[in-house]
Write a protein that binds this ligand. Structure first.
Ligand SMILES: [Zn+2]
Length: 173
C-alpha cells in the first residue's frame, strides 16, 4: 500500500501540481489511502502527492508528538485537496522543519504563525478554517510541495541548515 518517496533532485518535486477535478474517483481515493499509508510508515507529519510521484493538489496532514517534534499537537491524519491560502496572519516565526524527500537535513524556516485556508475533504466537502502554530507550519510546508517549492528554498541563510545528527544534539534528544 505504501509508495516510494521522491527525493530532492527528482523533477516531480519542482513542478506545479494540477488541481484535482473529480475527487470521487477510485484513482484519487486510492492515492489518498496510499498517501496515508506512506506518511504513517515514514512517520511523517505530512506528505504531498508530488512526493510520491503523483501530479495532484493533494496532501496529508498528520500530527502527533514524537522525539523529533515533542510539542506537536495531536491531529488525526487528514486529506487536504485543492488547498488555497486565503490570508496569512499572526507573526513570522522561525522553527525547525524536515522533509521526507530531503532525508538527513533539518533547517530553521520562517513561516507565518496563522493561516486562513480553504480546501476540499476526500468526501468533497469544502472547509474553511484557520490553522496556527505547528499546524500552520505543516500546512504551509505541504502547500509549498504543490507549488514545486521545498523547505530549504525558504531559509534565511544556509547557516540555518543542519544535519539530522546535529539537530538532535541542538534540541537535546
Ligand atoms: Zn516536505
Amino acid at each position: 500500500m505504501t509508495l516510494p518517496i521522491a527525493q530532492l533532485g527528482a523533477e516531480v518535486l519542482r513542478r506545479v501540481a494540477p488541481e484535482v477535478r473529480d475527487i470521487d474517483t477510485p484513482q484519487v481515493q486510492e492515492l489518498i489511502d496510499r498517501l496515508f499509508a506512506t506518511c504513517n510508515e515514514a512517520r511523517g507529519m505530512g506528505i504531498a502527492a508530488p512526493q510520491v510521484y503523483a501530479d495532484a493538489r493533494i496532501f496529508i496532514m498528520s500530527s502527533k508528538p514524537n522525539d523529533r517534534y515533542p510539542n506537536a499537537p495531536l491531529m488525526q491524519p487528514t486529506a487536504i485537496i485543492n488547498p488555497e491560502i486565503i490570508a496569512y496572519g499572526g507573526t513570522i516565526d522561525k522553527d525547525w522543519e524536515g522533509c521526507l524527500s530531503i532525508p538527513g537535513i533539518r533547517a530553521l524556516v520562517p513561516r507565518h504563525t496563522h493561516l486562513h485556508v480553504r480546501y476540499a475533504t476526500r468526501e468533497g466537502e469544502h472547509v474553511e478554517r484557520v490553522f496556527e502554530g505547528f499546524l500552520a507550519r505543516v500546512f504551509a510546508h505541504e502547500f509549498d510541495h504543490l507549488e514545486g517549492t521545498v523547505f530549504i528554498d525558504r531559509v534565511e541563510s544556509t547557516r540555518d541548515i543542519v544535519t539530522e545528527r546535529e539537530f538532535r544534539r541542538i534540541i537535546g534528544v
